[in-house]
Write a protein that binds this ligand. Structure first.
Ligand code: NDP
Length: 469
């Protein structure tokens, strides 16, 4: 059985202890993952600290070249890493699955490499000239989740190193293998110590975020862990970027041609079996359009093949882990016992964390499947009569990562868009992130943004040089 290893200071290290990783589609063993201890966390942070100095001193062009070579390595190893993602995380190779995740990794590496944050003259007159420089923060702790393990790790790693920081990454305990392999591969072109990993459960994440030499924390995950990260950051006054998921609402505006939008609505909700931070998690539909929406989504759901994502014809895989599987089952069973109209689609294999694609009608705000983030393939569809009520419902929860409006006349949706309390409001699409466009949450979905120029600024501190003329 293969034992995967952490990378510290450019070297693969033999683990002190290990734990086994299983394929969520069939329960088969995938190998052993290392379990870091406190000493290893400290070694990783010290390696990063040492490497960061010289990495930051390298010229901008050199850093950019190295990152472009990282993109090349990701591209060359896409098939290998995509297979590992499918076996470990569960998303299929095909469709918007693990190959798609690898394409995103490449794109989100190339774009930051192409961007610049040159010094900016913020004020000048006859007597003075003030120039704002963006300098690195130092060592970045990156805490990644299990839903898009490589893509989200790349979102954290690449802007950080582009701006001259060094990184210690902790993947989720559920999905360390593909991430460790990706880090091993890209370390072939990175200077030793610029990117290190530690592995284990949340307690290792906690040791990392509490380490006295951490200068910035980037976190994607649950709100409850996010609150612990904020507490940890108090120790070093580390700035944080927090992406805490959400409970995204989508509103189909009255009279919208449902046929035109059904496919995008479906994938907006069921991408990665719904285990995506910015998926549609509550769908609000005008009462006159409700039957049409149900019919169109049912037709699409009933055509999907559910199974092991290594099969090229499969577009829907298992949930990633038992915790998530049980959580979604519980929410669906609550909806069933409350008398909702629960419609299940797809033939589900006997073993693995598979669930049917589930549409839940006759459900209202205040019920668990609507109010709690399901993070799985069970979509509540809620009728509304008055568009104002739908807007109020969409804004009625604490979460505010994404939201969307669906309309035949986008101009009408645009008028409403800024009233939705979310970091991104999409029109006639959902979750359509882009490496140039800032992405982050409002309200309890976190703070700070990733991507584009704003994302680069978030991994720097400003230093003003003020000259008397
Ligand atoms: P967590 O927030 O616990 O996990 C995210 C990452 O944080 C993991 O690497 C985890 O490690 C790490 N972590 C856990 N505790 C700490 C800590 N005290 N200090 C530092 N790092 C820590 O999410 P879960 O996996 O428990 O999932 C719970 C729910 O969160 C899901 O049901 C879903 O609703 C939501 N979620 C949202 C995501 C998003 O994209 N926004 C992604 C994943 C989950 P480890 O996993 O090893 O414990």
């Amino acid at each position: 059985m293969q034992t995967y290893r952490n990378t510290l200071n450019g070297t693969l290290v033999d683990p002190v202890s290990c734990y086994e990783i299983f394929n969520p589609a069939n329960g088969q063993s995938l190998g052993m993952a290392p379990e870091s201890d406190e000493q290893e966390v400290d070694r990783a942070v010290q390696s990063a600290k040492l490497a960061q100095n010289s990495w930051a001193k390298q010229g901008d062009k050199e850093r950019r070249d190295v990152i472009n070579r990282v993109a090349q390595i990701l591209e060359e190893n896409s098939d290998y890493l995509a297979e590992l993602i499918t076996r470990e995380q569960g998303k299929p190779l095909s469709g918007p699955g693990s190959r798609f995740e690898m394409q995103a990794c490449v794109g989100w590496t190339q774009v930051p490499a192409s961007l610049d944050l040159p010094p900016e003259i913020v004020y000048e007159d006859d007597e003075r000239k003030d120039t704002l420089h963006r300098v690195p923060l130092g060592v970045v702790a990156a805490i990644a989740p299990w839903n898009w393990p490589l893509m989200i790790a790349i979102w954290q790693i690449i802007p950080a190193i582009r701006m001259g920081n060094a990184v210690v990454l902790k993947p989720s305990e559920y999905t360390p293998i593909a991430t460790l392999e990706m880090v091993r591969l890209i370390n072939q072109v990175l200077p030793a110590g610029v990117l290190n990993t530690v592995t284990g459960d949340g307690s290792i994440g906690s040791k990392l975020t509490h380490h006295p030499e951490i200068n910035k924390i980037m976190f994607t995950g649950s709100e409850s862990t996010g609150r612990r990260i904020i507490e940890a950051s108090a120790k070093n006054l580390s700035p944080i970027t927090l992406e805490l998921g959400g409970n995204d609402a989508a509103i189909v505006m009255p009279g919208t041609n449902v046929k035109n939008i059904a496919n995008d609505l479906f994938w907006g909700a069921f991408l990665n079996m719904g285990q995506t931070c910015a998926c549609i998690k509550r769908l609000y539909v005008h009462e006159d359009d409700y039957d049409a929406v149900m019919a169109e989504l049912s037709a699409i759901a009933s055509q999907m093949k559910i199974g092991d994502g290594m099969d090229e014809s499969v577009l829907v895989g298992p949930l990633q882990n038992k915790m998530q599987f049980e959580k979604v089952q519980e929410l669906v069973s609550d909806a069933k016992t409350s008398g909702c109209d629960v419609r299940e689609f797809g033939e589900v294999p006997d073993q693995g964390y598979f669930m049917p694609l589930t549409l839940v009608g006759d459900i209202k705000d205040g019920q668990r499947l609507v109010d709690e983030e399901q993070f799985g393939p069970a979509l509540p569809i809620i009728r509304y009569r008055d568009l104002e009520d739908a807007v109020e419902s969409a804004n009625g929860l604490d979460a505010g990562l994404g939201a969307s409006l669906w309309a035949d006349k986008p101009a009408e949706a645009s008028k409403l868009a800024t009233r939705l309390e979310a970091g991104t409001v999409w029109i006639n699409q959902h979750g359509a992130i882009h490496p140039m466009v800032p992405f982050g949450g409002n309200k309890a979905s976190g703070y700070g943004v990733e991507f584009g120029i704003e994302g680069l600024k978030a991994v720097t501190q400003s230093r003003v040089v003020s000259l008397k003329k």
